[in-house]
Design a protein around this ligand. Structure first.
Ligand SMILES: C[S@@+](CC[C@H](N)C(=O)[O-])C[C@H]1O[C@@H](n2cnc3c(N)ncnc32)[C@H](O)[C@@H]1O
Length: 276
């Protein structure tokens, strides 16, 4: 597959305003379709084609073991939500798991196809919204998401209920998101990103909109307490909350994530949950 050149776009306006589930889903699908090529060029090397990297801090599932031991993954049905180019699913398949990689964006899944070409580890790619999972009840043993879907949805409880529905009893759901504390700070990697400039308690979504006021990108903020309440409302038990520390080896910046901020502030929250 060729990487296509992007049409020049008028700069969208960044604002904070409400955005419902329908608008958020439409905006983010378009944004990821338009930006998937650039995203994979910029971050593909850091992510690796077949590694399971949870976050810009670089925490790898090989060391974290949040889904269970590597041996325990063999033969497990795993749903990856917001899979992007399915790097994590490729790693899961290499451990003997049976992953299904789901994403809202067709273009992201085309990158998954491109990377997977000629490899022996084939698995299904599914284009769908995390709020309406096209699977039968109890189809999976595990579900995971590395910054996929959850930060972008207006109704996280709906997603959690869907994940619970498609998991088998005892199933584990592990997902990473931007650490909620980060919302109080400018999304800048340098010193300007170290001074709180907004209320942590302001849940108004971050929206980029075009000249006609149509959202072209949306992120939704939940406080730490909101996330716990949403998970409980979705039918999960919280087993662990991992806040990866910035490791000395990682000298790379990823948007607003940087060694400078990473040594002072948490950048990622990883929720480890189970259903009864
Ligand atoms: C930051 S990327 C993470 C992908 C991959 N884990 C990685 O690290 O590159 C977020 C992904 O979530 C997907 N996404 C956003 N909203 C979604 C939704 N409502 N349902 C499913 N996927 C969604 C996007 O298309 C995008 O591929």
């Amino acid at each position: 597959m060729m990487i296509q050149e992007q049409e020049p776009q008028a700069e969208p306006e960044a604002t904070r305003r409400d955005s419902d589930g329908t608008e958020s889903s439409r905006a983010n699908r378009g944004w990821w379709d338009r930006n998937a090529d650039d995203y994979q060029i910029e971050h593909g090397t850091f992510l690796g084609d077949d590694r399971f990297v949870w976050c810009p801090e670089g925490l790898d599932e090989v060391e974290a073991g949040l889904l269970g031991s590597q041996e325990s993954l063999k033969g497990r049905d795993v749903l990856e939500i917001g899979a992007g180019a399915a790097q994590c699913s490729r790693w899961l398949a290499a451990q003997g798991a049976r992953p299904v990689a789901l994403d809202l964006s067709h273009r992201q899944l085309q990158h998954a196809l491109r990377i997977g070409e000629g490899r022996s580890t084939a698995f299904p790619l599914v284009q769908a919204d995390a709020g309406a999972l096209p699977f039968a009840d109890g189809s999976f043993d595990l579900a995971c998401s590395a910054y996929g879907a959850v930060p972008f949805v207006a109704e996280p409880v709906r997603v959690f209920r869907e994940v619970r529905r498609v998991l088998r009893p005892g199933g584990r759901w592990v997902f990473s998101v931007t650490h909620p504390v980060r919302w109080a700070f400018p999304d800048e990697p340098g010193p300007e990103g170290l001074t709180a400039a907004a209320s942590y308690f302001d849940r108004t979504p971050y929206v980029e909109q075009d000249e006609r006021g149509r959202a072209v990108y949306v992120e939704h903020h939940r406080t730490l307490g909101d996330r716990v309440r949403d998970l409980v409302a979705g039918g999960f038990r919280l087993v662990d909350l991992v806040e990866p520390e910035w490791p000395a080896w990682n000298t790379q910046e990823w948007g607003g994530w940087s060694p400078l901020r990473g040594t002072l502030l948490p950048g990622t929250a990883i929720f480890v949950c189970e259903r009864d």
